[in-house]
Design a protein around this ligand. Sequence first.
Ligand SMILES: [Zn+2]
Length: 243
Amino acid sequence: MCDLTNEIFTNETAAREYLEANRWEDGPFCPHCGETEKVQRLNGEKHRPGLHQCNSCRKQFTVTVGTLFERSKVPLNKWLLATHLLSSSKKGMSTHQLHRMLGVTYKTAWFMTHRIREAMKDNRPGPMGGGGKIVEADETYIGSTGWVFTHGRWHKKRGTGDAKAIVSLVERDGRARSFHVDRVNSKTIRNVLVTNVSRESDLMTDEAQFYKRVGEEFKGHQSVNHTRKPNNSAPAASVLASK
Ligand SMILES: [Zn+2]
C-alpha cells in the first residue's frame, strides 16, 4: 500500500471498498447495535453509495460510522492518504506538507491531522522523544474565532477570545499526545513540553514567541514558518532557527 497512486488514494469508491473489505472482514456489522446478521446493503440510485440498513435497530450506516473518518466532507480517499502519510512516513509529515499533498486548505489539513493523531494517540507513560528523536509541537484553537483569513490564506489567531486551545505533541514515529490548555502562553506551553518530552529530543515548532525560551531547554530547536506564501517553489517549510 506504499504506492501513492493506488486507487484507494485517488478514487472515493475504491477507498470505500478498501475500508469495507478491511473493517468488515467477516461481513458488515451495525455500528449502532452490533447486529451482524440482519444487515443489508441498500443499492439503487436514491441511496448514497455504501449505505447499509440494520433490520435489528432500523438505523442506517456506512463503513465510516464509528471511525475517525465519519461526518467529514473530505473525500474518503484523501482521508486514507492522510492517514497513510502520517502513520508511515519515516520522517513524519507536517500539516503544511499534508495541505500541499492533499490539495486541501491548511485549516482542513490541520483538522485532519489532529483527528488522525487523536486516533493514533499514545497512552504509554514516560517521556516522548529522546536522543536523536524529533518531537513536533503545534497548537490550535477550537472555536469560530480561532482562525482568521488574511493575505489569501488561513492563519491561526493566537491567544485571543474564548477559543479553546489544544497543544499537540507528535514524535516522528507516530506517538502523539494532545492537551487542552486554558490559554496558550510561554508558561502553559512549557508545562506541557517539559512534562512530556525528553530534553534530549530535538524540538520542532512554528515560529511563535512562546516556544523560543522553552526551546532552549531541549537539545535542539527548529522553528518552521507555516505562513509562507502559496505557490512558492521553495521548500514548504523554511528552517529559521536551529542550533
Ligand atoms: Zn443496528
